[in-house]
Structures are given as C-alpha cells and as structure tokens.
Design a protein around this ligand. Structure first.
Ligand SMILES: C[S@@+](CC[C@H](N)C(=O)[O-])C[C@H]1O[C@@H](n2cnc3c(N)ncnc32)[C@H](O)[C@@H]1O
Length: 415
C-alpha cells in the first residue's frame, strides 16, 4: 500500500486559473456542511425542488452523491446531473456504456445527463441511500441521455435542462466563473456554487453583489480548502497530499461559496464599537490612539482597515476590506461601490505618477488611479509609494465602499 504523503503549503485559485486547471473536485464534507446550513435556516429550502448539478460526473462528483443520498430527506422533486466530455474521472466509480459507445480509438468518456425522480430502498437494507442509487442507475438506462453537444453548461441541451430546474448547485470550472454566473442570473435561477473570493472585483460580478442578487455562503470564511485533483495534476510547490489509494489532493486558498439562497448568517448583526471607542480601545494598533480614521484622497470615505473596526455610529461612506462580505448583513449596511474597478465612483484622476518602490527604484505609472489612495506627509521609507507634483501617496488594497443603514426592522429566522 502506498504511503500517504503531504506538503504543508497551499495555492490560490489564481494559480489554478493560470494553469487552466478546472479539475478540482469538491469534498463531500464541504458540500454537506454548506447545504445543511441552509436547512437550519429554512428546512424546506430544497423541498419539492429540481436540483441541477451541471458540471458533475454522475457518481464521481460529491455534489451528485450528496443530493442522491439525501434525495428523500431534502424532499427533492428531481435531481439532474450533466457531465463534461472527456472528464478524467468519469467512470472511475460507476461506468455506463454511453461513455465509450462508438468512441473508436478515443479513450475519453462522452458526456451524459442523468435524471432521478425517486430513490427507494432497492437493496432492501432498510434505508434508501447511495448504494440504492447505484443499483438504480445500473438497472435503469432510460434515466441516462447522451449529450450530443458535449455537456458544456452553455450548450443548447444543457440550457434546456437549466430552464426546467429550480436550484443549481456545483463547483463550476474556475476559468468560466463569470460566464457561468451570468447564465444562471440570465435564467433567474437560484444557485449555490463555489468560486474565488476575488470574483467580487470582476465587473460582471460586483454589480450583482451590490444589488443583493449574489452573496457569500455560510461555511467557508478563511484559510483554505482541500480539493481532489486528477492523477495527472502536477504537484509542484503547493500544499498537497496523496492518500493511501494514490488519490491526489491539493489545498486551495481564497475559496468561497457564492449563492442567492437566503441563510441565517446574513441576518446576524455585526457587533461594533462607536468611532470614539474604536479610537480609544481598538485592538488594532493601526486604529488605537489615532485622532481620526484616515480619509482617502481620491474618494470621499474613511479608511477602515479591519471589518471589526467599522464604527457603529458613522453615517458617511467607509472603505472596508473585501473580507467584510463574510460578515455582510444587508439590513445593517448598504454596499455602494468598490475601489478596484470604481464603476465611475472615483472623485479624482491623477496625472502620471512616479512610483517609488520599496528599494527606492523609480518608474512612471498610472496605477494610483486603480485603487484607494491616502496622502501622507512624508515619503514613507521601505514601502511602495507614489509622487504627484510634490505630494506623496500610498495605495491600499481593494476596498468595498459601504454605508450603514438607518434603523430598519431586522428580518427574523424563518420557522
Ligand atoms: C472545478 S471542477 C468541479 C467538479 C465538480 N463539480 C466537483 O465539485 O467535484 C469543474 C468541472 O467542470 C467541468 N467543465 C469544464 N468546462 C466545462 C464546461 N464548459 N461545461 C461544463 N462542465 C465543464 C470539468 O470537467 C470539471 O469536472
């Protein structure tokens, strides 16, 4: 038996994207934890619904497995799954003749769709579970359909299926995230999907967040998550593990659930101190002891470098880190903009600037316009900064621009 190996580092979805790696498979436990969180808020979230996993190999995908195994408990009306042409893991656990029928020399499995409308105790072991689904799929070829267009979620066949469903749940290919979300929104679907934290800065995604049509899920807020990768995946300079069976896993940073399904976390109020108390007692040295919060030079807002340092009594605009979205309660705050793309929000455009790097090296750039800037008295030493005429500026990370909502009745937990 091969010995399990691991390497304690991780890599971001950006790296996956750069390597055009769309084959990261979600672990069952991560799906289970997230879906169960919606049931805590509303036990009927999935009752009577048609769920569609549209980037998923029937049986190898844990999305398919979770919804098939819990079909009756969730009260699903139907589960539809479509796989993608050439999937490297299709057929590993359960093979269908449609995968290679007429394939000739071609080794790649063809795409199929599977539709399940009931899960019964076929093996008569006293419970209807995943083994029954396996048996059912083996016995009922009519539940499977070959996908002539390869299972691309954008294909006519898959879009026709999409039109019939209520909720889409999957981890889609990272490289097609914008297009994927765009399609779900166009067809007004409910969804629960995995994506990159940085998606918030995409021009196709941020307006949805701002308009409360998209928000973060419940269970992933920081750190990384482990995903299974295909056997051919190169394990170089990343946190990885190979289990006793030779199956490879990598740890991926910056992952979040994205959804438009309501959940309890969105209605929890963020406990905050007043501005004065923050300036006196904040646990952050960047805030404690200051006379006032810094203000941006290119936007009329204060800089709040930590979500827990948002002053509870400030009515103006505030720039907060992107991770604020993990705590965002739309009854407490309004999202107004983002400093990365600005969406026309910036109030100042700088002429070309001199960028002075950490090592003192100078270059002429226009980067200062790409984010929130703060004017500083003196040129900082050992930190990248910018010079415009004789004034010095530093630039901050992308910030979400928010404003507190005046007292509105809070939404309660659905019984
Ligand atoms: C990030 S993986 C996730 C797989 C599975 N949903 C899971 O979480 O385990 C994305 C999957 O989408 C498939 N895929 C890639 N491009 C696709 C497309 N255009 N349409 C549908 N599926 C696609 C890949 O083969 C891969 O299985």
């Amino acid at each position: 038996m091969a010995k399990a190996k691991s390497k304690p580092m991780n890599q971001g979805l950006g790296a996956a994207k750069a390597a055009k790696q769309d084959e990261f498979y979600t672990l069952y436990v991560d799906i289970q934890k997230e879906v169960e969180a919606y049931l805590e808020f509303d036990k009927d979230t999935f009752r009577g619904k048609v769920v569609y996993c549209n980037c998923d190999d029937p049986f190898e995908s844990n999305f398919f497995k979770y919804f098939a195994a819990n079909f009756n408990r969730l009260g699903l009306r139907k589960l539809i799954t479509t796989s993608y042409d050439g999937s490297p893991i299709a057929g590993e656990q359960l093979s269908f003749f449609e995968y290679d029928e007429g394939n000739g020399e071609r080794q790649k499995p063809k795409a199929i769709s599977i539709e399940i409308e009931e899960v019964t105790d076929l093996d008569e072991d006293g419970a209807a579970g995943i083994e029954d689904v396996k048996l059912f799929l083996k016995r009922t070829p009519h539940t499977r359909t070959r996908l002539a267009e390869g299972g691309d979620f954008r294909s006519t066949e898959c879009v026709e299926l999409l039109k019939q469903v209520d909720i889409v749940v999957t981890n889609p290919p990272f490289s097609l995230f914008r297009e994927y979300v765009g399609l779900l929104v166009k067809h007004r679907k409910k969804f629960l999907i995995i994506g990159n934290t940085n998606s918030i800065t995409y021009k196709e995604i941020f307006p949805l967040i701002k308009d409360n049509k998209l928000w973060m899920g419940v269970t992933i807020h920081s750190g990384d998550r482990e995903f299974r990768v295909p056997d051919h995946y190169p394990l170089n300079a990343a946190g990885w593990r190979v289990d006793e069976n030779g199956v490879k896993y990598i740890r991926v940073k910056g992952v979040r659930w994205w959804t438009n399904l309501d959940h309890g976390r969105r209605h929890e109020k963020l406990p905050l101190m007043t501005m004065q108390d923050n300036l006196r007692f904040s646990k952050h040295k960047e805030i404690k002891g200051k006379k006032a919060y810094d203000r941006y030079d290119n936007y009329d807002a204060i800089e709040v470098p930590f979500t827990d340092a948002i002053p509870s009594d400030y009515d103006g605009m505030m720039g907060v880190p992107i991770t604020f979205l993990d705590k965002y309660n739309p009854d407490q705050f309004e999202i107004v903009g983002i400093t990365k793309t600005w969406f026309g929000g910036t109030c100042k455009t700088y002429p070309k600037q001199t960028q002075i790097g950490k090592d003192g090296r100078e270059s002429v750039v226009t980067k200062l316009n790409d984010g929130p800037s703060i004017k500083v008295e003196k040129a900082p030493v050992g930190r990248t900064h910018y010079k415009v005429a004789n004034e010095h500026f530093i630039q901050l990370y992308a910030r979400v621009l928010i404003r507190r909502r005046r007292a509105r009745p809070e939404k309660g937990r659905k019984k």
